[in-house]
Design a protein around this ligand. Structure first.
Ligand code: FE2
Length: 446
């Protein structure tokens, strides 16, 4: 009961109770939303005095002059301008690192981890952040970092803002209630949520504890992939991406805002909540997506397409068709390929593949890759089905098969991922991962 009482307490700070929450659909849409009627000015953005005594402020997620189809900005109307705060001071960054990660020699081996254990005691979402690895350079807005969270307590008087990258959060266990500057989002395992860089938020736990994965994207904002010959529909559809409606905290008491800036944490003591936006309009906003809405495309003849067919969101680099980061899922689907080895083929890939499992079993690994765990197959690292999976898949009768009750995902990047020293040293890293391929025998018949 303690967890439920705490959730009600931290929820009560918000002007928008859970029962009242609804969402604004449409990826990249321009939304208009007011928590109080009349909070938005009509026909202009910056009147001499904004309605209701609010302050007008523009939040630019792209350069002012970014092409119109890429341009992201939101106008917020808030109780105080966000400029009203004292200086930030450096605080301990805990287990958070930023690229370039130099604490360990780049690792060419295949790596796998068991689920990260939950900590003893009360640890919030931000306090629990653990950087597994990264690539690129946070200072040039290029590359990514991959973090794990493992929280047992809600953030009540602390808020977080990441100036370095947008955060794609993949809950694996436990519901999250994200109170953001632009409204509140409820998510749980099976959903993802994306918090654009620069947006303040705090994380309330919907259950006793919560664990999951985070892709911190330093590069171009995540977008829907091109569909090419697929046509106008399919994969993740625009209307299934949900943005929050305006909600604000009318809160005049000491709170702390923790900012991640070029890899370090800084804190400032505010005398009011930074979540004081009463109305907003624009297209730079957090959003969530239910991964069960993903329309899966695969073969209906033989072989199977490259796993890019499972891309939900992509952050493109400057190289055409080459992602700074892709978010790819392996959801429930039918396998019907005739005379086909149905699990992923053996392969090596210039792109680096980090995988996680939300629930169920991944079809290329019979065991050892469990929900909450992770694996990394870095640039040109050989991988594919383990011995047991190969034996079964190469001899089984090929009837239509439903891969069900499973949700694996991949963060794929164009640059090799550098694993942090703390992730290499973690007690839950499997030291014997290579053994899964040890039993693959010679079947050459000549
Ligand atoms: Fe792979």
């Amino acid at each position: 009961m303690t967890g439920i009482r705490e959730r009600l307490d931290v929820e009560a700070i918000s002007a928008q109770p859970q029962a009242a929450r609804h969402y604004l659909p449409g990826f990249g849409n321009h939304h208009v939303t007011e928590a109080v009627a009349g909070a938005l000015p009509e026909g202009r953005n910056s009147p001499q005095r904004a309605p209701l005594g609010l302050y007008a402020e523009q939040l630019s997620g792209t350069a002012f002059t970014a092409p119109r189809h890429d341009n992201r900005r939101t106008w917020v109307y808030r109780i105080r301008p966000s400029a009203a705060h004292p200086p930030f001071r450096r605080i301990d960054s805990g287990m958070i690192l930023a690229s370039p990660i130099t604490s360990a020699a780049p690792e060419p081996n295949r790596l796998r981890w068991d689920p990260r254990p939950f900590p003893d005691g009360r640890v919030t979402f931000v306090e629990s952040l653990f950087t597994l690895g990264g690539t690129g350079d946070v200072r040039s807005h290029d590359g990514v970092a991959i973090h794990l969270y493992c929280a047992t307590a809600s953030m009540r008087d602390e808020y977080f803002v990441d100036s370095d990258g947008e955060l794609l959060i993949v809950p694996q266990e436990g519901a999250l209630i994200l109170h953001t500057e632009l409204g509140v989002l409820d998510v749980g395992p099976g959903d993802i949520v994306v918090i654009p860089r620069g947006i303040r938020f705090r994380v309330v736990l919907g259950d006793q504890r919560a664990r999951g994965y985070i892709l911190e994207n330093y590069g171009r904002m995540l977008a829907l992939p091109e569909l090419g010959p697929i046509g106008a529909n399919g994969l993740a559809n625009h209307r299934d991406f949900l943005h929050p409606t305006a909600a604000y905290e009318n809160r005049e008491e000491p709170v702390t805002v923790i900012q991640k800036y070029l890899g370090n944490l800084w804190a400032a003591d505010y005398d009011h909540s930074p979540l004081d936006v009463v109305g907003w309009h624009g297209n730079y906003a957090p959003y969530k997506y239910d991964l069960s809405r993903f329309m899966v495309i695969g073969t209906i003849s033989f072989d199977h397409p490259d796993p890019s067919i499972y891309t939900v969101l992509t952050s493109q680099s400057g190289v055409p068709g080459t992602a700074n980061a892709d978010f790819v899922i392996f959801p429930p689907r039918w396998l019907v390929g005739e005379t086909t080895f149905r699990p992923p083929w053996y392969h090596r890939n210039i792109m680096s593949e980090f995988m996680g499992l939300v629930h169920g079993v991944y079809d290329a690994k019979a065991d050892g890759f469990v929900p909450g765990g992770a694996s990394l197959h870095n640039c040109f690292t050989s991988h594919g089905a383990d011995a047991a999976t190969y034996d079964k898949a190469s001899t089984t009768e090929l009837v239509p098969q439903k891969v069900d009750n499973t949700l694996a995902f991949m963060f794929e990047t164009r640059l090799p991922l550098i694993v942090s020293e703390q992730a290499m040293a973690a007690a839950y890293r499997q030291s014997d991962y290579d053994d899964v391929w040890a039993g693959i025998g010679r079947t050459f018949t000549l």
